[in-house]
Design a protein around this ligand. Structure first.
Ligand code: ARG
Length: 590
């Protein structure tokens, strides 16, 4: 379906042409003076230069052609040359009707569909998810859903940090703690045990401990380094330990991401790309892209137009070890080989921007990607505490994501129990759903690159620009629809359509609703979930005003009432689709 702005622009294009003006001036936009009009066209102002006429004369010509058109309720040329308009009730209700009959609420699927890989999450094995992992996970999940809704084939990859030194550290720490394990018996030739020698709790103790130890104990560090090299060479005993780490960690990560309503199609990681690294770097050397600098192999990434310093990208360290950048480069090879994607999107903390800049430049320079395979980085801002510094636990430690989720759902639980007498079990369930929505909305309503403050009181408030407010609106609609259904009435049979406008608040609601396909288009083009948030906030406001101004259940005219119900149904579907894109859901009651 075309968007309202496209439909209105078409009307204007015809009118501009009839008057002898170029249709390129006919663009209609939303009004930036909602007190005066709903939409506007400022094209006459721009056309002055070409036609050497006062803009008000051009605007008046165009309005003359459109004033009897039943699309408009009101259309006026105002000084110095703007055209302001209000659309007719019929136009907007016809639009909303068409939207309500369309399974995608008026959004046209991309044709042809693009193939997109989204790299988000960024978890590291043997380490618990902490608050720093929240934003990439929540944003990436939403972008994935947004692109899917737009019709693309989207693959989400968690891209685990599952290779290199951290694994060597775990192996050597394990050796010191449990030297009797068969993995450390060099004469052992049998099968390795299927059961891991640790659980997630132990693993999450071992790794940070070993990591800290390596900073003080050079001998230990060197052993870990050697173990890492042996693992990379494929030593079966160390491979077996690595597989245990993977299994234990990934099971735990799946559970934790699951609690965030985040899931990945691929659980690949740095290890997946590892076999591609050596041939890749050898090739870069052979083709003359990589050269030696202070013992390391580097690729220059400077470009003439640069305004800041771009250091060369190191692709192989002097000791032969691979690096973060190399691993990302090899992953690009794997992604192009397996999917030949139109776009690869990376979502991580914005402090990694230089890393990705370098990686993308090398990838293009050495030809790992073709013109078709675009690469984009969306660096997220930080979630800060009220002190403006990265969010910490009360005692200044790194906050586990699990704890953050628990804190927010506990706070919602208290609130639910304060207000009403719901069964405890239901309150717990609801609190989890509402808490997640509060957290995700609090995050996604900010532009990706901006920092924001985690303010639990504000996030869980049922009023204002919050997740719970949106859910509350949906729950309210659900309850009206349930009451109507209890009467045994079938709205669609009584009146297949929404009413053509009776009241101002009804029209305002339809206008907000009608912006859905336009909003999706914009959010998709910019990969900007915050646009979905501001849309549903305005839509919820418009609905709540409508609800206060109109008597729905008490309406005696059955047909009119059924029209209202259809409007509610469409509002509900639109809100539900939107929150699904944001990655959360609404409870039955609140
Ligand atoms: N594991 C990395 C970290 O903790 C994030 C990975 C982001 N994705 C990537 N392709 N580099 O910083």
């Amino acid at each position: 379906m075309k968007t309202v702005l496209e439909l209105l622009t078409e009307q204007f294009e015809a009118a501009f042409e009839q008057c002898g003006y170029d249709k390129k001036y006919a663009k209609v936009t939303l009004s930036n003076r909602p007190d005066l009009c709903e939409y506007q066209c400022n094209g006459a102002m721009a056309a002055v230069k070409e036609y050497k006429k006062a803009p008000i004369m051009i605007a008046t010509d165009v309005v003359e052609k459109l004033k009897d058109n039943d699309v408009f309720e009101e259309i006026t040329a105002v000084n110095p040359g703007f055209i302001n308009m209000k659309v007719s009730g019929k136009f907007i209700s016809d639009f909303v009707n068409a939207m309500s009959l369309d399974e995608n609420l008026g959004v046209e699927k991309n044709n042809p569909a693009k193939t997109i890989i989204i790299d988000y999450g960024g978890a590291n094995v043997a380490k618990p998810l902490h608050v720093g992992h929240l934003r990439p996970a929540v944003i990436g999940e939403s972008i994935k859903r947004l692109c899917r809704f737009a019709g693309d084939k989207v693959i989400g990859d968690v891209h685990l940090g599952d290779w290199g030194m951290p694994i060597g550290l775990i192996i050597e720490q394990l050796r010191d703690e449990q030297p009797e394990l068969v993995y450390f018996d060099e004469s052992y030739t049998g099968e390795y045990p299927a059961e891991p020698p640790f659980d997630i709790t132990e693993l999450e103790r071992i790794y940070p401990f070993a990591s800290k130890r390596s900073k003080e104990d050079a001998e230990f560090k060197e052993r870990a380094h050697q173990a890492t090299l042996k693992l990379q060479e494929g030593l079966p005993a160390f491979r077996a330990i690595w597989e245990h780490i993977m299994k234990v960690s990934v099971t735990d990560l799946k559970k934790n991401y699951g609690n965030l309503n985040v899931d990945f199609d691929l659980w690949y990681g740095e290890s997946t790309a590892d076999p591609l690294i050596k041939p890749m770097v050898d090739d870069m050397i052979e083709k003359g892209f990589a050269y030696e600098s202070q013992g390391a192999m580097v690729v220059d990434v400077k470009e003439e137009t640069d305004t800041k310093e771009y250091p060369p990208c190191i692709v192989r360290k002097s000791d032969g070890a691979a690096l973060y950048a190399t691993s990302d480069l090899a992953t690009i090879i794997q992604r192009v080989r397996d999917y030949d994607p139109d776009l690869m999107v990376y979502i991580t903390d914005k402090r990694q921007e230089m890393h990705f800049d370098q990686v993308f430049r090398v990838a293009r320079k050495v030809g790992l990607v073709s013109e078709k395979n675009k690469l984009t980085f969306h660096g997220n801002g930080t979630m800060n505490g009220k002190d403006g510094k990265p969010f910490k636990t009360r005692d200044g430690g790194v906050m586990r994501l699990e704890m953050l989720l628990k804190d927010i759902s506990d706070a919602v639980y208290e609130k639910i129990m304060e207000n009403r007498s719901v069964e405890e079990e239901e309150a717990r369930k609801t609190a989890k759903i509402v808490g997640l929505a509060a957290l995700k909305y609090g995050d996604l309503s900010n532009q990706i690159g901006k920092d924001y403050i985690f303010d639990i009181e504000r996030f869980i408030s049922f009023e204002g620009n919050t997740g719970p407010y949106i859910l509350y609106t949906i729950v309210r609609i659900k309850s009206i629809l349930a009451k109507y259904a209890e009467l045994g009435k079938d709205a669609k049979a009584i009146n297949p359509q929404v009413n053509s406008i009776q009241t101002a608040s009804e029209k305002a609601l339809m206008i907000e609703l009608s912006k859905f396909n336009e909003m999706i288009k914009n959010a998709y083009e910019e990969l900007a979930p915050h646009k979905v948030c501001s849309y549903i906030f305005n839509l919820s406001d418009a609905f709540n005003t409508f609800y206060h101004d109109n008597r729905i259940m008490a309406e005696e005219d059955e047909k009119k009432q059924a029209g209202y119900i259809n409007l509610l149904e469409t509002t509900k579907k639109t809100l539900e689709k939107s929150i699904d894109i944001l990655g959360f859901e609404a409870p039955e009651r609140m």
